[in-house]
Write a protein that binds this ligand. Structure first.
Ligand code: GLA
Ligand code: ZN
Length: 672
């Protein structure tokens, strides 16, 4: 449980009373109570208010808000306010200002704008966290610490350059080791002194984001910036913990955000929290992957949905409304995948600046007679009823998909073989195929223990880190099924090619050797022709993007290419290894193939869908104390018939069994 003070699914969101007059506050509380809101996130962007100058701190406004809310039964998720530094700080200490990718020194403005290696930022952010920790350590209304807000972005300033050099010195020890790791003899980039190294941006090694002349330095810079921001988080966290280790600490993450290695971050958080903002055209399976990934950061522990909009965003190109019922549906999707809180950005819509058109529980009209408010009330009431059963329940999966941020960076940074290759897309395709079958999946890091899974998919495992090949081999040896694809096993942690034939360290496990990799523009296709029927796989399928030219070294060839000069050579292989199997998919297949393929490997391992359901119906399961809660969610805009197992729908208390109509955007949670 996140905090026993509030043993239910928390319901609330970001609240900025400092932007409003006193007269509005009582009205806010009245409406929060109507909606069943029990948590308000305060103080996210109030640094300037809390600290008007270098030595003065003023938290009285915060005392008043926290107390007022608490007296009304509403707890506080207390932010540390360090996501936007005060204007006076930028003026007096320009080292807090970032240098951007183009090499331009920023001025005061925007947010999330502090240099993570600025001594000023580190000093004052830690100090304010310390002061908040001290002041509120015993406040009964404070449930959790919310450090900063959506950490992200990189800085390329002189302080960062200096710290980068120390980071490298610590990592490589000698110039010689560094030169080797980065292969700097190429283009005569040999370094003789640490001071010669400059951050890789548009002024130096990078041509544009994700296009670099030297993958080594660009990869290390990403690791370094992600770690630098993490250091900032840890400084604040430790300052807070020192006063009361029992108040959990989190910071809100952003799903598949590319610039931070969230698996490292997850380890430092008491509970993972994240902000979910699908666009009007984001596939449901994309949101599902993000939830599962966030759950994976702490190996399956429940997470917090820290932010979602009740209606619309302001920063998408087209900020469409969530259709009636959709906010509720997507809230349950989060719970279904492991969230123990449903929180909004924001509770009251602001009057000015760029978020005034961002949806909120309380709209500009200011009263409760709105569609959005009514829907908020409904969800609030339901969550209170469900909480006992669902709180702290777990999602169980026998299938894992490996996701690795460093691998993503390396894949994107590599020049060739195809600019259309997108790591996350490839992962998403396998995820979607499993999602469509309603098969539970854990998104796991390369550090996760694999023995609890029956099948591990590792699409585009380009970078094989030291020891990982052995880990996978042990998993397969013991009877596991491993699936990987083209562009796997190619390089080590420094993006240096593993010599001796692709897929490098995975070669004996997969029983193949890849001699060449062809790359064609996305519109040009080849075919995967099955040699014979294998499970659900039969006939032929389309494929595109990359085409490995493969020699079997013991693997069974399941399919071959249909055309081009490599027609008739292997494209899909399966190798028996110990008690298990290792599959290789040597190209980027179409959806039909992926559907049949995941069915085949899941059938072989006797992994069954949670439910056979019509298209657009998502099914997941959470379990607790021997009880199962099956979430059946209709993402279609029309009613569908679903064949249900027998049980009780927690939302209506009705007994259900057999063919049942589920209305548009409807949800059932069936207890068994
Ligand atoms: C992010 C931020 C919030 C707010 C919302 C708007 O998630 O954390 O402060 O800006 O976006 O969608
Ligand atoms: Zn910097």
């Amino acid at each position: 449980m996140i905090n026993e003070k509030l043993p239910k699914i928390w319901y609330g969101g970001d609240y900025n009373p400092e932007q409003w007059d006193k007269e509005d506050w009582d009205e806010d509380v009245r409406m929060f109570k109507l909606a069943g809101i029990d948590v308000a996130t305060l103080n996210v962007f109030s640094w300037a208010l809390n600290q008007p100058d270098e030595e003065t701190y003023d938290f009285e406004w915060l005392d008043e808000q926290i107390n007022r809310l608490y007296e009304n039964g509403i707890y506080t998720c207390l932010a540390t306010s360090t996501a936007a530094h005060p204007a006076w700080m930028a003026k007096k200490y320009p080292d807090v200002l970032r240098v951007n990718y183009q090499g331009l020194k920023r001025k005061f403005g925007g947010r999330h704008n502090s240099c993570p290696n600025s001594p000023t930022y580190r000093k004052y952010s830690e100090r304010i966290a310390d002061k908040l920790g001290e002041r509120y350590k015993d406040h009964p209304g404070v449930l959790i610490w919310h450090v900063s807000n959506e950490y992200g972005g990189y800085c390329y300033c002189e302080n960062c350059a200096e710290s980068f050099r120390s980071y490298l010195q610590k990592k490589y020890g000698t110039m010689e080791t560094l030169n080797k790791a980065w292969n700097t003899r190429f283009w005569g980039h040999t370094f003789y002194d640490w001071d010669e190294i400059v951050p890789p941006n548009l002024l130096s090694e990078e041509k544009e984001r994700n296009a670099t002349f030297f993958q080594g330095i660009s990869l290390d810079y990403r690791r370094f910036q992600s770690d630098s921001l993490l250091e900032c988080y840890k400084l604040e966290r430790d300052a807070l913990r020192k006063h009361n280790p029992d108040i959990p600490v989190t910071t809100n993450l952003m799903g598949t955000y590319s610039e931070l290695d969230y698996f490292k971050w997850g380890k430092e958080m008491d509970v993972v929290s994240w902000d979910n903002y699908p666009a009007y055209n984001t596939p449901v399976s994309t949101t599902a992957l993000r939830h599962d990934l966030m759950r994976g950061l702490r190996s399956g522990q429940p997470f917090m949905l820290m932010e979602q909009t009740p209606s619309q965003q302001n920063w998408q190109p087209y900020n469409s409304l969530k259709r009636p019922g959709v906010m509720r549906l997507w809230s349950y999707q989060a719970v279904a995948r492991g969230a123990d809180t449903i929180m909004f950005f924001q509770l009251r819509r602001s009057v000015g600046a760029c978020e005034k058109y961002h949806g909120a529980v309380i709209e500009h009209v200011g009263h409760e007679n709105t569609r959005v408010f009514r829907e908020t009330v409904e969800v609030g009431r339901e969550l209170s009823q469900l909480s006992d059963k669902l709180l702290d329940s777990r999602v169980q999966a026998k299938v894992a998909i490996v996701y690795d941020w460093e691998n993503r960076w390396a894949t994107e940074l590599s020049s060739g073989p195809s600019k259309a290759l997108d790591y996350l897309n490839e992962v998403q395709k396998y995820y979607t195929a499993l999602f469509e079958e309603n098969i539970a999946v854990d998104m796991v890091s390369v550090e996760e223990d694999l023995s609890k899974y029956d099948i591990v998919f590792a699409p585009v495992l380009y970078m094989v880190k030291s020891g990982y090949a052995d880990k996978v081999k042990a998993f397969v040896q013991d009877g596991g099924t491993f699936v990987t694809t083209f562009f796997s096993g190619i390089v080590n942690e420094n993006d240096l090619v593993t010599l001796g034939g692709y897929p490098g360290e995975l070669r004996d496990l997969l029983g193949i050797w890849v001699e060449e990799i062809d790359s064609l523009p996305p519109e040009e296709k080849n075919e995967i022709v099955m040699n014979k029927e294998a499970g659900s796989l039969k006939g032929s399928y389309e494929c595109s993007l990359l085409f490995d030219i493969i020699h079997s070294e013991g693997a069974e060839v399941l399919a071959q290419y249909g055309s081009d000069f490599y027609a008739g050579t292997p494209v899909i292989t399966c190798n028996s290894y110990g008690k298990g199997k290792a599959y290789y998919v040597g190209t980027c297949p179409d959806t039909a193939f992926l559907t049949d393929f995941v069915k085949t490997v899941c059938d072989e391992m006797e992994i069954k869908p949670l439910l056979q359901a019509p298209k657009g119906v998502e099914v997941t399961e959470r379990t607790k104390e021997g009880r199962s809660y099956l979430f059946v969610m209709n993402h279609n805009s029309s009613t569908v018939d679903v064949e249900l197992p027998s049980g009780t729908d927690l939302l209506t208390q009705n007994k259900v069994a057999g063919p049942t109509a589920l209305e548009a955007y409807g949800v059932m949670i069936i207890e068994q």
